[in-house]
Write a protein that binds this ligand. Structure first.
Ligand SMILES: *Cc1c(COP(=O)(O)O)cnc(C)c1O
Length: 443
């Protein structure tokens, strides 16, 4: 969507009302110390058990729909070890770039297991997606002739992304602003596009839409589904298109703050079912498959960024300096997003100190938390930054010559597996071809 963050702010939760859902590290302090002995901080740690339980719950929540499939949004966490776990629960992948498609192919995925939901797509990416037999989700009406020029004959199945414009509201609260988003066909273009595609021999049609990001409400998917189901009925009536799937895409959020109530995927599945029974079944469209492209919901809560406190600084404010920085987790710097922080071993101590928790970039927005109430922190303490499993490591970058961290998988038996090593200086300098004239560039 147009933004991955939300309105949540980076600073302390002002009001811990009734629901304080305790966010805990995946392992004890003792176990964490053992892990750090082997793999120095910072690193992202993923919890296999949580990933599995959640994937199973999603599958069950939509088991009423015979063709249901989750296409995991690869960009959220492009790690094959993690994607392989999701595949055991029937998930495919949603790709939007060349390298994401390459990753899917290398993992043995193909055909309808891949959804290609790209935008501003280069020719060679459409060609490659087509070669893999991926389901192509067009972002714009002009991409119909663009794709046709590449593929000759259009694929039998095509999806189009819909943008209704305006704002997306749930009762009185504005969830997001599709009218400002660069994605999708307008309503008129969608009808026109389906007619053109049908004339050109396309047999099966899908509709895709992504209207709000990180929604922490059970109402989002059912409301979106209702709109898309009504649209599908009109499209079928007016264009005669055979609509075989409706892709509700991403957007189911997670409670980054401990005072937020988590989404209930069962209730969400039932809400979509109700809309399906009210709208599609009476229209004779009872064979339509429901697809999803969830990223954050599948992985977000099952990753944590683990970092060690290196320094404390007392100037106009109190600063805690750690060995992770915004290149390891960009969301707070980029969106002011809140990520909960636990000081390992101090879970039960009172949060009676106010800190800014910061990284080492020469950028003053490199702050994981601002004015956050935490237990008293000492140098050497280990901090766990919660909910980094999606749009965390994957948004990493190399500013200030900083290196991306390792990714570790905490397996169900309690063992830890390195699923991506940390970058080394050699990786950082690897793209500087031709510098062998300097003997020093030999890392
Ligand atoms: C980012 C994205 C997703 C996943 O979004 P989440 O908020 O992580 O669920 C799904 N589909 C498309 C096309 C996206 O761009």
């Amino acid at each position: 969507m147009n933004k991955i963050g939300n309105t949540s702010s980076i600073s302390n939760i002002s009001n811990i009302s009734g629901k304080n859902h305790n966010k805990l590290p995946f392992v004890t302090k003792e176990r964490m110390e053992e892990i750090i002995q082997q793999f120095p901080t910072p690193f992202h740690l993923y919890d296999e058990k949580g990933i599995r339980e959640n994937a199973k719950a999603l599958r069950e929540a939509f088991s009423w729909n015979r063709g249901f499939r989750e296409y995991f949004a690869v960009k959220a966490t492009p790690n094959p070890y993690l994607i392989d776990i999701l595949r055991e629960y029937g998930c495919g992948v949603d790709c939007s770039s060349m390298t994401e498609l390459m990753l899917a192919e290398a993992m043995g995925l193909g055909g309808e297991e891949i959804m290609f939901s790209s935008n501003e797509t280069p020719e060679e990416e459409y060609a490659y997606a087509h070669k893999l037999g991926a389901v192509i989700n067009l972002d714009d009406i002009t991409h119909i002739p663009f794709l046709e020029k590449i593929t000759g004959v259009l694929p039998e199945t095509i999806s189009c992304r819909y943008n209704p414009g305006g704002v997306f509201q749930i009762s009185t609260s504005i969830m997001d602003n599709p009218g400002d988003a660069k994605y999708g066909f307008t309503r008129e273009q969608l009808f026109e596009g389906f007619r053109i595609l049908k004339e050109k021999g396309v047999k099966n049609f899908g509709i895709h839409s992504f209207l709000a990001s990180n929604t922490v409400t059970n109402a989002y998917y059912p409301l979106l589904a209702k709109q898309l189901f009504e649209l599908a009925v009109s499209l079928k009536k007016e264009t005669g298109a055979n609509i075989t799937f409706i892709n509700l895409s991403g957007g189911i959020g997670i409670p980054y703050r401990p005072d937020q109530e988590a989404n209930d995927i069962r209730a969400i599945g039932e809400g979509v079912r109700k809309a399906y029974e009210e709208t599609l079944i009476p229209a004779g469209m009872d064979q339509v498959s429901i697809y999803a492209e969830l990223g954050r919901f599948m992985m977000g809560p099952y990753g944590q960024l683990v970092t060690t406190v290196l320094h404390q600084k007392h100037i106009y404010k109190e600063y805690i300096g750690c060995d992770a920085c915004a290149v390891n987790l960009m969301r707070p710097a980029m969106y002011g997003a809140y990520h909960h922080i636990t000081v390992m071993g101090k879970e039960d101590q009172p949060c009676d100190h106010m800190y800014d928790v910061v990284g080492s970039l020469c950028e003053n927005n490199d702050k994981f938390a601002i004015d956050r109430m935490l237990p008293e922190i000492e140098t050497g303490d280990v901090l766990v930054i919660h909910d980094t499993g999606a749009h965390g490591h994957s948004m990493g970058y190399n500013y200030n010559g900083k290196l991306r961290s390792a990714e570790l998988l905490l397996k169900e038996d309690g063992s830890v597996k390195l699923i991506r090593r940390a970058e080394t200086p050699k990786d950082y300098f690897a793209t500087l071809d031709g510098l062998d004239i300097y003997s020093g560039f030999n890392f």
